[in-house]
Unconditional design. Structure first.
Length: 318
C-alpha cells in the first residue's frame, strides 16, 4: 500500500478502529491507541519522536487511527545524528510530505559545532550517545511535555524497567527507582514544572508483533529492512556497511559484497547488518519468528558495558 493512499484505508469510526475481536494483535493496537489518545488529552505540547524506523512508522499509523478523520494533532521530531542511513532519511521525508505531517529536525552536528558535545574518534566512534544533548535541548526549545517513542520492553533489559508514562526530571534525567504504579490502565500524566514524560505506546509489543502489524496493515517501510546486495566488511563477528564514509574501517578490513538486511536502522556507525534472503515482509516475519537473537544484538553501542543503555537513559536518552 502506498503512502499517499494510506489514509483512505483507515476506518472513520472508533468501532472499526478498535474492532474488539479479542485477538492479541487487536488488543495491542487498542492499548496503543488508548495511550496515544491519553497523551493528547492530558498534555499540552506532545511530540512523536520519529527516526524513520519500523517502530516509529508503526506509531504514525497508530496515531492516524487514534485521531481519524482529523490529522495527527502533534508534530513529529527527528534527532538526526547526520550518520543515518540514506534510505531512512529519504523515507522519512517522503512520509511526512505525503501524509501532510509536521516534522521538526534537530541535528547532532549543531550540538558538536556549539561545543556542547565532543565528536568521538577511533574504531568504535559513534554519534549515538551524543543524541541525548540534542534531544534535551529540543525538548527545552519547544517546551514539549510529552515525548512519544517506539521503545519496546523486549529490545533491551533497561527498557523493561520503564513505565508507559515515564517521568523525567527538570534536567531530563530518569530515575528507575522512582516510577509511578500503573494499575488498571490508569495513566497519570500529572507533572511538575520543568518535568516531561516519555511515553511508550508499544511498550508491550515485541519485534515480531511490530512486523506482524506492518504485514497486516500493509505499511510501507524503508528498503533497507529488506535483503539486498551491499558492500560490507566484517568486524568482531558483525557485518558493517562499507557504502559510506561514516563507519570507520581499518586497512586490513576487506570489503566484500553480501546479501544482507538491517533489523534496526540507527546510527550507521553502531548498527550492523545480518545476512538474510528476506526480501518481503512475509519473509521477514518468518525470519523473526525463527530468530533466537535480539535485534539489539546488532547494535554495538549497547555492548559498551553491561549497563550501557541504562546509563544513557538516566542521562536523558530515550
Amino acid at each position: 500500500m502506498t503512502l499517499d493512499t494510506v489514509t483512505k484505508e483507515i476506518s472513520a469510526t472508533d468501532s472499526q478502529v478498535l474492532g474488539a475481536t479479542g485477538d492479541v494483535a487487536n488488543a495491542l493496537e487498542n492499548e496503543a491507541i488508548y495511550i496515544i489518545r491519553e497523551v493528547a488529552a492530558q498534555f499540552e505540547k506532545p511530540v512523536l519522536l520519529f527516526s524513520g524506523g519500523k517502530d516509529s512508522i508503526t506509531l504514525v499509523r497508530l496515531a492516524q487511527k487514534a485521531f481519524w478523520p482529523a490529522k495527527i494533532p502533534f508534530p513529529l521530531m527527528h534527532i538526526d545524528t547526520g550518520h543515518n542511513f540514506p534510505e531512512t532519511i529519504e523515507f522519512r521525508d517522503r512520509l511526512v510530505e505525503e501524509l501532510g505531517l509536521e516534522l521538526i529536525v534537530r541535528n547532532v552536528q549543531d550540538s558538536i559545532d556549539q561545543g556542547k558535545v565532543k565528536e568521538e574518534t577511533g574504531k568504535y566512534a559513534s554519534r549515538n550517545m551524543l543524541q541525548t544533548t540534542t534531544l534535551l535541548d529540543a525538548i527545552e526549545e519547544f517546551k514539549f511535555d510529552a515525548c512519544i517513542g517506539g521503545a519496546r520492553r523486549d529490545e533491551e533489559k533497561a527498557r523493561a524497567k520503564e513505565r508507559i508514562f515515564s517521568v523525567r526530571d527538570d534536567f531530563g534525567q530518569w530515575d528507575e527507582k522512582n516510577q509511578r504504579p500503573e494499575l488498571f490502565d490508569m495513566l497519570n500524566g500529572q507533572i511538575e514544572l520543568g518535568q516531561n514524560v516519555r511515553v511508550f505506546p508499544i511498550s508491550n509489543w515485541t519485534e515480531l508483533d511490530v512486523w506482524s502489524y506492518i504485514e497486516r496493515e500493509q505499511i510501507e517501510i524503508p528498503s533497507i529492512y529488506f535483503a539486498h546486495q551491499r558492500k560490507i566488511f566484517l568486524r568482531d563477528g558483525l557485518i558493517w556497511s562499507a557504502e559510506d564514509d561514516v563507519v570507520f574501517r581499518a586497512e586490513d578490513e576487506v570489503v566484500e559484497e553480501r546479501t544482507v538486511r538491517f533489523r534496526t536502522v540507527g546510527d550507521m556507525s553502531c548498527t550492523a547488518a545480518v545476512e538474510s534472503n528476506a526480501d518481503t515482509i512475509a519473509k521477514v516475519v518468518a525470519e523473526i519468528r525463527e530468530s533466537s537473537i535480539s535485534e539489539r544484538g546488532a547494535r554495538i553501542d549497547d555492548k559498551r558495558s553491561e549497563a550501557a543503555m541504562e546509563k544513557r537513559k538516566q542521562q536523558g536518552y530515550f
